[in-house]
Design a protein around this ligand. Structure first.
Ligand code: AHR
Length: 631
């Protein structure tokens, strides 16, 4: 049958932010993931101070460790370890297990550092990486002095291992005190010392995301207010960033993660820097004086809301302020005098009820008065079934909220059935941020969920509806983003990794195809004068790209049959005689990607254009992007 694209009259603008990334430190997304630190519990601040560490004694050496706490002189990083040992015979030291082991690469350089002092003895130590067989795969020596200083040494690994661990051996007889024991690979993103995992950032950059939402998710709220995310505690010297327990620590018994903490090595400066690196508009979400309503539901009394509001105002100054302002100067001192060009700010995550409205009003009034150009992203309440964070709240419309943050974790059928969700949405009300969504094959966050092709294909069908409605849908992001194969709390997730490798799921390639073939304007695409919203199992959206002068048509076939269509690129434009088709497909709806095996990834082929018409055979269960240049 014939599908007609009207190439002459764009019907809406597509925001540069249309497709983006939702980042949260869940599933070891930051600590143990994107943040490349290999040592777990480097400053002994976990609830159980030796978690991740073990003392090791060999051949008659003796020793003991004592955790000391200097709360009055170092409130943010109070604990350190005091080792008293006699290793004149044998060996005494400690080993660290890393985050489910350490992924170590042959011939790569590793940078060790620690804060330490030798209270007694020669202060000599040997640091060593060992593989899963306990064989040495790299070592170095260093000596610490009598005063607290940061010491560093680098060495190269001699072999690759997924489950390596790290040891420190003390020499002779003595007492050494140590803190902030740290090990980073040399191959961090952009070679930044103590930075981010290169392969994981590359996967994000490859998506060409329009925005980066950070730092979550529920971790913004905290289970209780005391463990909410506070951005000011995440910037500045690494040893002064006070860690807190991660909200996802031990969330589910069967996926117990009692060792899950937020060290904030990946803090707000790094998030802004990352956004800039990958060409994404930064979208921070801040606590609005409310803890997670699924947990304690604590709120701060309105008369004590000021510090929360001040955090928001100061964050805008930190991101955009002149270097002569207090917070702009801090940004500059951290190495970024140029502003980060913050345009959006989220007020609360998954918050609702009168408590939210009261608090949101305070934020909106003060922020709009000082920074009218900043668009606020507001949280919306759950639907009656409790599963969907939708736009039921009329108050936010009355308050003329800028952008509403909707979340949908639903089954794949829901995604296929809701491609028209915004077709009749109020064009004059707030815009939409589809802030978290993912098709759940077995139930929300169920361990049985799979990143199956069926889920990804259903999301693709739904996303055509988001793009067709780009005049109201300004942003959208899949969630959660990352998951460590051995340390997750939530499935499905967009990107899976272990300590050496990572892969994009089928869902990742759907996101990537949409984001990297976005276009600047929506074009009308109709079959028999009707939008393609799944009536015959076919979904479609079309766009024009001003920069490349291309027509981009996205077609999704959720049926098990090939679907033949003549796509007419109607209008006055001079069309090239060939175009490209980028296709994602699988005959098997249960197919998934996995480490080393990408069953679902895009393939490209040429297609000819006869006059203005492209004859396309949409494969069963497929997503196809047709791109044709104009002259
Ligand atoms: O994406 C996982 C969680 O789902 C987020 O933290 C939260 O916002 C939502 O409930």
């Amino acid at each position: 049958s014939k599908i007609t694209v009207n190439t002459d009259k764009p019907i809406a603008e597509i925001q540069p932010t249309m497709w983006g990334i939702f980042f949260e430190d869940i599933n070891l997304g930051a600590d143990g993931g994107l943040y490349a630190e290999l040592i777990k519990n480097r400053s002994f601040e976990f609830y159980s101070p030796m978690m991740g560490w073990k003392e090791i004694k060999k051949d008659g050496a003796t020793g003991s460790v004592l955790i000391e706490n200097r709360t009055t002189t170092n409130k943010n990083n109070p604990r350190y370890a005091r080792f008293t040992f006699d290793a004149s015979k044998g060996s005494y030291g400690i080993s660290n297990e890393g985050f489910r082991g350490m992924g170590i690469k042959k011939d790569l350089q590793y940078h060790f550092s620690l804060w330490a002092r030798a209270v007694e003895g020669n202060g000599k130590m040997r640091v060593e990486l060992v593989n899963s067989e306990d064989e040495s795969i790299g070592s170095a020596t260093l000596t610490v002095g009598k005063d607290w200083t940061k010491q560093k040494v680098s060495f190269t690994a001699t072999s690759t291992d997924l489950k390596a661990s790290f040891k420190i051996w003390f020499e002779g007889k003595g007492i050494v005190e140590a803190d902030m024991i740290s090990l980073f690979p040399n191959d961090t993103w952009k070679g930044r010392p103590e930075g981010l995992r290169q392969d994981l950032v590359q996967l994000l950059a490859d998506m060409k995301p329009g925005f980066l939402r950070f730092p979550g998710g529920c971790i913004v709220e905290g289970r209780e207010l005391v463990t909410r995310y506070q951005w000011k505690k995440t910037v500045g010297k690494i040893e002064d960033r006070e860690l807190i327990v991660n909200r996802w620590n031990s969330e589910f018994k069967h996926r117990s993660t009692p060792d899950y903490y937020q060290t904030f090595g990946l803090g707000f400066f790094e998030y802004f820097q990352l956004s800039e690196d990958i060409g994404a508009s930064p979208l921070p979400i801040l606590n609005c004086g409310m803890a997670c309503q699924f947990n304690t539901g604590e709120v701060v009394p309105l008369e004590e809301l000021d510090p929360y509001l001040q955090d928001a105002l100061d964050l805008i100054e930190f991101a955009n302020g002149d270097v002569n302002t207090t917070w702009g100067k801090l940004r500059s001192d951290l190495g970024h005098p140029a502003p980060f060009n913050l345009k959006f700010l989220g007020i609360g995550n998954e918050q609702w009820g009168p408590q939210y409205i009261e608090r949101y009003k305070v934020f909106a009034k003060a922020i709009k008065a000082k920074y009218p150009e900043i668009k606020l992203v507001t949280s919306v309440g759950p639907s009656p079934d409790g599963e969907l964070f939708d736009y039921l709240n009329p108050t936010l419309r009355e308050l003329k909220a800028d952008i509403l943050d909707e979340h949908y974790y639903k089954n794949p059928e829901w995604f296929q059935q809701n491609a028209s969700r915004y077709d009749n949405y109020d064009r004059k009300g707030p815009k939409i941020f589809a802030g978290e969504y993912a098709a759940q094959s077995a139930g929300i966050a169920s361990p049985e969920n799979k990143n199956s092709w069926k889920c990804a294909l259903s999301e693709a069908a739904f996303m055509t509806g988001l793009e067709r409605n780009a005049d109201v849908v300004y942003m959208a992001s899949y969630a959660p983003l990352f998951a460590h194969a051995e340390g997750w709390q939530w499935t499905p997730d967009l990107i899976w990794f272990n300590n050496l490798e990572a892969y994009g799921t089928a869902n990742y390639y759907v996101q990537k195809l949409f984001a990297s073939n976005k276009g600047t304007n929506v074009l009308s695409i109709l079959e028999d004068k009707e939008k393609l919203t799944g009536q015959k199992g076919i979904y479609a959206t079309a766009a024009w790209d001003n920069a490349t002068k291309e027509i981009i048509v996205k077609l999704v076939n959720v049926t098990d049959k090939e679907a033949r269509h003549n796509v007419e690129l109607a209008g006055g434009k001079k069309i090239n005689s060939t175009g490209t088709l980028t296709i994602l497909k699988s005959q098997d709806l249960d197919a998934v990607n996995s480490f080393g095996s990408l069953n679902i990834k895009p393939t490209e082929e040429k297609v000819s254009v006869k006059g203005k018409t492209v004859a396309i055979a949409l494969a069963p269960y497929s997503m196809t992007v047709l791109k044709v240049k104009t002259k």
